[in-house]
Ligand binder design. Sequence first.
Ligand code: GUN
Length: 293
Amino acid sequence: MNIIDGKIISEQIKTEIAAEVRKMIADGKNPPHLAAILVGEDPASQTYVASKERSCKEVGFTSSIYRYPATMSEAELLKAIEFLNNDDEVDGFIVQLPVPKHISVDKIIESINPKKDVDGFHPINAGRMMASLPSYLPATPYGIMQMLERSNIETEGKHCVVLGRSNIVGTPVSVLMSRNSKNANATVTICHSKTKNLAEITRQADILIAAIGKPLFVTADMVKEGATVIDVGIHRVASPDTKSGFKLVGDVDFANVSKKCSNISPVPGGVGLMTIVSLLENTLKAAKKEVYK
Ligand code: GUN
């Protein structure tokens, strides 16, 4: 059984990005700049944004964080987005989700300039992805595709079962896996909360992508011998085994599933690390105007 190590793969990609940044600087250009808007005090969001900032530093990007209180109005947030849309110093930016309930997430996403939408959440980028046009790919699906490619996992003609149909992961990764392109060309089945005979379907998967948002949902009896399993979930659960009293687990029961499959991505140390480097890759593309002129 092979562990698909997100740490090793993400470090590899960061090294490649850092080399490109050094080249840009040597050519007299500015390094890429990523900005993040953080509304409120959600602890997970604070951790994500801090880790994005650290990753920017590691590869030589500049970055900025705009922090606002949870009481900020939707109009004020739209104004902050408009400012970044027009700031030539900023190549790309994200609004960290979730935003407080009184703010419409759809309105926020649609107000971001698609050329700076390095999360790839804007309907223009989602639509361009569907049409196989150049676009910013959403970070987690892009990270999963990179993990499979860099681990030399054959996808062509394989049956890929995706658990979950979210806009951010399940739906876009199913599109990317089924595309007529190198390192894709899989036959894809999407399963969700209303799927009947779920285990019967997951047992047919050569590649199983679990993005269902339920801790330890995928058990060994749901997995075919020799399958590749990608775990997108990340959950903090109570644990008597750790000093903190908590541990991180994925959507997959790693201890048992790993005995049965041929490749598996762990949690932590898997997809999560890839998501951040994908954001860096999109920001680099934004700075180089590779997607939009
Ligand atoms: N919250 C959880 N994941 C993400 C992400 O990929 N981007 C943003 N903006 N917010 C998130």
